[in-house]
Design a binder for this molecule. Sequence first.
Ligand code: DC
Length: 230
Amino acid sequence: MPDKNIIIALDGWSGCGKSTLAKAMAKALGYVFVDSGAMYRAITLYFIRNQVDVADHIAVEKALASIQLQFIFNPAKGSSDILLNGENVEVLIREMEVASRVSEVAAIARVRQFAVQQQQRLGEKKGIVMDGRDIGTVVFPQAELKIFMTADKEIRVQRRLKELKETNAAITADLIRENLEQRDYLDANRAESPLRQARDARVLDNSTLNPEQQFTLAMGWVREVIGQAH
Ligand code: DC
């Protein structure tokens, strides 16, 4: 692979496996991987813990001023964990309580501004794979490679069920389906930076692809883009 640092933006619906692909690509390319959803989830966790009223602009502003987010490399996983004011909250932010509130918090303009600013700073040196909802449209509209991921809803539900079952025996497919539908709707219909496919994005429908197949497809695109940049 030619030595060229680019920005890879990976957007798409909830539960499509964006992070899995983004992590694998970052590892293969020696790039930084940033899970932008983790930032919105950590902010949501702070809001829940501190009972921040999302309709109260002053309370939101005050809360954001008290939030420090950092990513720290976890060698055991080979990817980064997110720290909220120094506390590793990587596991806590995946729980259903956060999942059911995060779209509401991520819809707040000031919250997005706060997160996007930090995301853009992380991409200054390029050599980054970032996954989210607005990475190719708002955070890095100049990204050299934009991928929009999609997958059949029932397949997404079953994949998430398998993942969450490991830590939560009470979880059901119905609960997950309800959460995915709600997040898909809120993410795509909010006023601020709704989930949209960028015009220059390549669509990756992984309904019938396994992780290796989607990795091969995406890395082919990277090769194409890097080749063109030479
Ligand atoms: O990728 P995820 O499921 O961990 O994201 C959690 C929520 O955060 C998702 O429902 C929408 C929001 N999000 C966003 O609005 N913009 C991003 N760039 C990433 C996530």
